[in-house]
Ligand binder design. Structure first.
Ligand SMILES: *[C@@H]1O[C@H](CO)[C@@H](O)[C@H](O)[C@H]1NC(C)=O
Ligand SMILES: *[C@@H]1O[C@H](CO)[C@@H](O)[C@H](O)[C@H]1NC(C)=O
Ligand SMILES: *[C@@H]1O[C@H](CO)[C@@H](O)[C@H](O)[C@H]1NC(C)=O
Ligand SMILES: *[C@@H]1O[C@H](CO)[C@@H](O)[C@H](O)[C@H]1NC(C)=O
Length: 397
């Protein structure tokens, strides 16, 4: 499959008044990145306006120089983690986003090594949990005072039962729609760790794991709740697949029944060797599921300067709210290679993608228009090349 998509010429001439208005109300983009060589990583803020993406201030290292994930609560409360790769402890940092988009440090706390994801739980986000890849563990924090994160407990997971040399690699923590359970995909042990959350004390209790087939590599997941049903979609990094589950609840139990296992591009063909599923997100209107895949379908993409490049794809599916089944809607270019992460703005009219291609010319953040009615991703309205390895991008509106 091959397609050419152009960035909006001059970014203003061909704007319809509606999209220009939609664009001008979108404030800022926060981008975290890893170092490349001697160039330190950190958080970069961009302003999205009629001229596309413009950097605001200098790269910030208040999260450390290896930040891997960011979370925004309300208007301006911001949390980030420093993965620190496998060299010692990580950091959980709390900050405020100033009106001009710069970050103001509030407080921090040490985490076990290698945090790669933050999830908030408890009403209004009283607690946070980090999935710590390098140290095979999770850590819970109290955010009773959001400015002073306090470490509460950590728990390490055992290695694979069938091969003790393979350590656990928790990659994400996902809170279910009831707020009563947290699931954590474990990339190397091929399980979902499941915890229940005591609704009074917010303490975590571990439940039996859900086990996948060997070599699945569950990375990230997203819950979907319709009027009467709950489904869970897991993106498998190694299998390059989306695995769907029907979720049922009992007293202090969450039970998963698999309903499908499909390729991330919706096709029946064999995935390209070396291709890996990355991010999985449900649209803000709860109607579509979009996934990013690294090193798989190659589509042609035209940069703002007219240069054509090879791009990985974002695949979008519509969700059947009754059965949880997915129907493929679109394969769109991610705007570069290795799209590790992407996110929607609040009304779903824009999607920002972090393509962390690794080399100096391949780290790009793109913002695309998105048709909320069809779920289809359209033209680019902003593009920025970074000197560091882009890994995560969120909107602040
Ligand atoms: C927490 O922040 C302080 C002040 O910026 C900094 O000196 C310290 O290194 C940070 N702690 C960790 C664990 O990163
Ligand atoms: C720092 O890392 C070590 C080794 O992973 C771990 O035992 C310790 O609990 C961590 N410290 C904190 C404060 O998280
Ligand atoms: C599963 O795969 C791992 C390698 O990832 C291997 O060590 C282990 O023996 C396999 N287990 C089974 C039951 O095939
Ligand atoms: C992409 O896949 C090819 C094989 O198709 C592999 O040689 C290459 O190492 C992969 N690249 C990355 C960055 O994973």
């Amino acid at each position: 499959m091959r397609a050419t998509y152009g960035i909006v010429a001059a970014l203003s001439a061909s704007f319809s008044p509606a999209s220009a208005a939609a664009c001008s109300k979108q404030g800022l983009l926060l981008v975290s990145s890893y170092p490349i060589g001697n160039t330190v990583g950190g958080v970069t803020t961009f302003k999205l306006g009629n001229k596309g993406l413009e950097q605001v201030g200098e790269l910030s290292t208040i999260c450390g120089t290896n930040p891997s994930w960011q979370t925004l609560v309300g208007e301006d409360q911001y949390y980030c983690i420093n993965e620190n790769w496998d060299t010692g402890n990580g950091t959980f940092t709390s900050a405020k986003i100033n009106k001009d988009g710069t970050l103001a440090f509030l407080g921090n706390s040490s985490t076990p090594g290698g945090p790669v994801h933050i999830a908030l739980y408890g009403e209004g986000g009283k607690r946070a949990i980090t999935a710590n890849f390098a140290s095979s563990s999770i850590n819970a924090f109290s955010l009773d005072d959001p400015a002073k994160p306090q470490s509460l407990e950590n728990k390490a997971f055992p290695p694979r039962p069938d091969n003790k040399n393979i350590a656990s690699r928790p990659h994400q923590a996902v809170v279910d729609p009831t707020g009563g359970f947290i699931v954590l995909p474990d990339l190397s042990v091929d399980v979902l760790h499941i915890f229940s959350v005591d609704q009074t004390s917010l303490a975590l209790s571990e439940l039996p794991v859900y086990t996948f087939e060997n070599g699945t590599g569950p990375r990230h997941a997203a819950f979907f709740k319709s009027d009467s049903k709950t489904f869970l979609y897991v993106i498998a990094e190694k299998l390059n697949a989306i695995i769907g589950f029907d979720v049922s609840y009992g007293t202090n139990t969450l039970t998963l029944s698999q309903i499908f296992n499909i390729r991330t591009d919706g096709s029946n063909t064999v995935a390209r060797p070396g291709s890996t599923g990355a991010e999985i997100t449900i649209s803000p209107d709860n109607k579509f599921l979009t996934v990013s895949t690294r090193n798989d379908t190659m589509v042609e993409y035209t940069l703002v300067d007219g240069k054509k490049i090879q791009s990985d794809a974002l695949n979008t599916f519509s969700i059947d709210a009754g059965t949880g089944q997915l129907a493929h809607v679109q394969t769109a270019p991610a705007g570069g290679i290795l799209p590790r992460h992407f996110s929607f703005n609040k009304d779903g009219s824009l999607v920002a993608v972090a393509c962390g291609g690794g080399g100096a010319d391949n780290n790009r953040v793109n913002v695309f228009q998105r048709d909320v009615a069809t779920g289809k991703i359209g033209k680019a309205v902003g593009e920025a090349l970074l000197a560091t390895q882009v890994n995560h991008v969120i909107f602040k509106e």
